[in-house]
Design a binder for this molecule. Structure first.
Ligand code: UFG
Length: 344
């Protein structure tokens, strides 16, 4: 088992991944500045983790852009850090258009200062959180990793630039890097103890639906029903956050077992796009709660469809998403119902 640094480990995907990695027996240092996450998430992870896990998790409050914070994190483990899972970053498309410098600073600058710290501490292995939005506004599906990546907003641009920076370290310094392009992660751990905790009114479809189901919001606003899709509403490749968390554990194992330089860039999705209305219906079936909605004009910046080819991830990692849309709905709703105000 390895000592690993997890940046952004208190966030939505990070917290689920920390649990999976503790279950696998690893020793973890989490570095998080809690800018968009809560330390309570990690307390909840510890409730769910094996009994001995408290000896295997250290939490450092700090920022990936700060060399001192990074040095503290690298020195916190009992053994030297063998690999990093780098979640820390900003992830809201609209915010990235309004505050581009923040995105270049945190997403690219943060990855650069992390890479420098890795160099100082003799670690050249990283699993990096990337995004399906690097494909821009694609028209051919399913999306293969070698297809063009013309990102259209600073969020995707900074993620793609960070992918490229890490790829350069594979070539120049024999690093081992996995860039994982997430499609739309949703749902929650089936216990309902950890889940997604957006600030304020949710931007994303799933948390919005669960808040309508809880009565906190009156009705869903469906952004556009005139897209060139099956029913006119936007299609996305939703995957269960536990499937995504497990993919990180498998990607880490793949890199740790690999001798010499390695670079893998993989889509993580199910390979099945679902429309907004299909998600609403699946949620209603899974929970028995009806979701009132109204159709509004398209949301600026939305693309009609995203759908992964999951074949490279299956070939390279032997990983496929296995949980159904119904499970995503059921688990997401269990989390929302038990935690109406998130971690507060
Ligand atoms: N949608 C609605 N109503 C809402 C919210 C969303 O109709 O209240 C629709 C959108 O128009 C879109 C679909 O639901 O068709 C999914 O929207 P989300 O906001 O849930 O997800 P996005 O695909 O827009 O973006 C998400 C993340 C990004 C990430 C991207 C990768 O928010 O950070 O997936 O595909 F980059």
């Amino acid at each position: 088992m390895a000592s690993l640094l997890i940046t952004g480990g208190a966030g939505f995907i990070g917290s689920h991944t920390v649990l999976v990695l503790l279950e696998a027996g690893h020793e973890l240092v989490v570095l998080d500045n809690f800018a968009n996450s809560s330390p309570i998430a990690l307390d909840r992870v510890m409730e769910l983790a094996p009994a001995d896990a408290s000896k295997r998790l250290q939490v450092i409050e700090g920022d990936v852009r700060c060399a001192e914070d990074l040095d503290r994190a690298f020195c916190a483990a009992s053994a030297s850090i063998a690999g990093v899972v780098h979640f820390a970053g900003r992830k809201a498309v609209r915010e990235s258009v309004e505050q581009p410098l923040l995105y270049w600073d945190v997403n690219l600058g943060g990855t650069r200062s992390l890479a420098e710290a890795m160099g100082r501490h003799g670690c050249g292995l990283v699993v990096f959180s990337s995004t399906a939005t690097v494909y821009g506004e694609p028209e051919v599906f399913p999306l293969l990793e070698e297809m063009p990546t013309p990102p259209v907003h600073p969020y995707a641009q900074t993620k793609l630039a960070a992918e490229q920076m890490l790829a350069a370290l594979v070539r120049s310094q024999d690093w081992r890097v996995a860039s994982l392009r997430y499609f739309n992660p949703v749902g929650a751990h089936p216990s309902g103890r950890i889940g997604e905790d957006p600030n304020g009114i949710p931007n994303n479809l799933f948390p919005y639906i669960t808040q309508v189901a809880a009565g906190r919001l009156e009705r869903l606003r469906v952004f556009g029903d005139d897209y060139p899709t099956r029913d006119g509403t936007g299609e996305r490749d939703y995957l269960h956050v536990m499937d995504l968390a497990e993919a990180h554990a498998v990607a880490l194992d793949h890199l740790l077992q690999h001798q010499g330089a390695a670079q893998v860039t993989l889509n993580l999705g199910t390979g099945h796009a679902r429309s907004v209305l299909e998600v609403v219906q699946a949620f209603e079936r899974a929970t028995g709660i009806s979701i009132p909605y109204e159709v509004l004009p398209r949301r600026a910046g939305d693309v009609p469809k995203l759908e992964a080819s999951p074949e490279s991830a299956a070939q390279v990692l032997g990983w496929r998403a296995s949980r159904s849309l119904e499970q995503m709905c059921r688990d997401g709703w269990a989390w929302q119902r038990a935690n109406p105000n998130g971690y507060q």
